[in-house]
Unconditional design. Structure first.
Length: 264
């Protein structure tokens, strides 16, 4: 049995503002095994991003505990790298300098950090673009740079907050395959948030369906679709059966949340 790397135990998060209290996540519990991809889907505003931000250590649970390798996450966790929907690249820096920025902050020598950056740039298929600037690249290429920049920091966990949502359908599928390739080569653990059930089924080893706010675990699926997981798997009976099951659960929550204010 795989080692549990991240464990969330009865996690609740309540935000307090002038307008009152909003419970975003309630009694949320999951285990994330090392080297696995866990995808979380759910209705808009169900607290998916809130949970991811707690794993990153950006915010703290109101109650409950999130632990990494058995130790509670109580501050920003350097072993977790966050990949956002926006590329968040430095437009005045080349691809090489963007990717090597994290090691530079850690004091890694220029030759060493450039060597490391080039390795990840090659892994995401951007060799030859090391001297290009973000404005000279397509959206898909910029997201590859953002991914390689996070990987250059050598995190144990990739936290992905809908990183491919803004891409066109074809580029999105290419990036899904790139991510699976990187996970296979590097052994990284991934928590991936998405609104796309197809994407979740392509990427995940475990798929978690969240209820409407306050977000709770509505269902957990061990994704038994075969590896290597090519896009053609979407045409199989097993894929379509899983998709219907997940869609029915999400649809229940979408209908139930129509009158609720959105909290992300």
């Amino acid at each position: 049995m795989s080692e549990i790397l991240i464990r969330a135990e009865n996690v609740t998060k309540t935000f307090v503002s002038r307008k009152g209290r909003v419970e975003a996540v309630r009694d949320f519990s999951i285990d994330v095994q090392r080297g696995k991809v866990v995808c979380i889907v759910g209705a808009s505003g169900c607290g998916k991003s809130t949970f991811l931000n707690m794993v990153a250590g950006f915010i703290q649970p109101t109650s409950g505990c999130i632990s990494l390798e058995g130790k509670p996450i109580t501050s920003i966790e350097p072993r977790c790298g966050m990949i956002f929907q926006s590329y968040a690249l430095f437009p005045w820096m080349t691809v090489l300098d963007n990717v090597s920025f994290g090691p530079r902050l850690k004091g890694v020598r220029k030759s060493e950090r450039y060597q490391k950056a080039r390795r990840w740039i090659e892994m995401v298929g951007l060799q030859g673009f090391e001297d290009a600037y973000p404005g000279e690249l397509s959206g898909g290429m910029q997201q590859r740079v953002a991914l390689s920049r996070v990987l250059a920091n050598e995190p144990d966990v990739l936290l992905c907050d809908e990183p491919f949502a803004a891409l066109d359908a074809m580029t999105r599928q290419i990036m899904q395959q790139e991510l699976l390739h990187i996970v296979q080569k590097s052994g990284k653990t991934v928590i991936f948030i998405t609104h796309s059930i197809d994407e979740a089924l392509i990427l995940s080893d475990t798929l978690v369906v969240m209820s409407a706010r306050p977000g709770q675990v509505k269902a957990v699926y061990d994704n038994d679709l075969p590896h290597p997981r090519k896009l053609e798997v979407q045409l199989t009976d097993r894929f379509l059966k899983l998709k219907r099951q997940v869609w029915n659960l999400v649809q229940e929550e979408v209908v139930g949340s129509m009158t609720m204010p959105v909290i992300r």
